[in-house]
Design a binder for this molecule. Structure first.
Ligand SMILES: Nc1ncnc2c1ncn2[C@@H]1O[C@H](COP(=O)(O)OP(=O)(O)OP(=O)(O)O)[C@@H](O)[C@H]1O
Ligand SMILES: [Mg+2]
Length: 271
């Protein structure tokens, strides 16, 4: 199957303090097929969010290519970029930061539709269906994001991302701010929505346990480069790269005895 998203040899530089430049991505390649969830794991600062931003047009690309559905979008700006909004959407870690607190949930969800030319009556019907789909009460339309719990707010953010039926959603640590039980239910929602709609996810996380639950394939980033890519089971259970092995051993397990054993192995891996 041909790729929906194809990132080839991507280089992104940040300017720091005027002129100094920091190379955040050093030639990164990744593909996401239709209906696939590709995880992006790695330690803090490895460049995961930068890759997501580049796909969304929020980080300037120095070299390399980003292709979506066969069309090059590397430097898409203005009208071309706005046109992509119906196909490429995003869910961030902190829905507080991404949901306008002065708008009701109904307005938050209807806005992308109205901007795209849908009538208000039609938008209302779509919003009602979407709220039901993400298991929020119908009366949520009249309430404000601040009146909901963290997990519910993330459901609102997911509903907003999916309301225009995009083909790709960049998910940047979408469950990292939630407690473990809520994480599990939100991850299940991501999986269910993918099954129903065939949407693809580029799923950024620092947590291998999260990635194991939702991703088909995983790429591991380390200092601006992808050091390993493979099927989720292979990468999370039997990693090849030493960095991935350390990452795997650093992710907590429930059993204290196994945890102690793993901690000893992990300490042994450090030099
Ligand atoms: N706007 C910016 N200006 C300068 N440097 C930046 C900027 N944004 C990110 N960086 C740097 O680029 C590198 C990659 O950052 P990025 O946010 O992509 O990491 P990350 O893997 O998402 O980390 P985390 O897991 O902490 O979210 C980091 O060293 C960061 O300090
Ligand atoms: Mg990040």
């Amino acid at each position: 199957m041909s790729a929906l998203l194809e990132v080839e040899n991507l280089v992104v530089d940040y300017r720091l303090r005027g002129r100094t430049r920091f190379r955040a991505l050093k030639g990164v390649s990744i593909t996401v097929k239709p209906g696939e969830c590709v995880g992006l794991v790695g330690e803090s600062g490895s460049g995961k969010s930068t890759l997501g931003k580049a796909v969304l047009g929020l980080a300037a690309v120095a070299s390399g290519r980003i292709t979506f559905d066969g069309k090059e979008i590397t430097h898409a700006r203005g009208r071309a970029r706005r046109g992509l909004a119906s196909d490429i959407q995003v869910v961030f870690q902190d829905p507080y930061g991404s949901l306008d607190p002065t708008m009701t949930v109904g307005e938050v969800l209807a806005e992308p539709l109205v901007v795209a030319g849908t009538s208000r009556v039609q938008a209302r019907a779509v919003v009602t269906g979407m709220l039901d789909r993400v298991c929020l009460p119908a009366d949520a339309v009249h309430r404000y994001p601040s009146e909901f719990s963290g997990g519910q707010r993330q459901r609102i953010a997911i509903a907003r991302a999916l309301v225009r039926r995009p083909r790709l959603v960049v998910c940047d640590e979408p469950v990292s701010a939630l407690d473990l039980t809520t994480q599990a239910t939100i991850l299940d929602l991501f999986v269910d929505l993918q099954r129903e709609t065939g949407v693809s996810y580029l799923f950024v996380s620092h947590d291998l346990g999260v990635v194991r639950r939702v991703c088909h394939r995983v790429s591991v980033m380390y200092q601006g480069e992808i050091v390993e890519t493979g099927l989720t089971r292979q990468v999370t259970q039997d990693p090849v790269h030493p960095y991935t092995r350390r990452l795997r051993l650093a992710s907590p397990v429930a059993d204290p005895e196994r945890q102690a054993e793993r901690r000893a192995t992990w300490l042994g891996l450090r030099d």
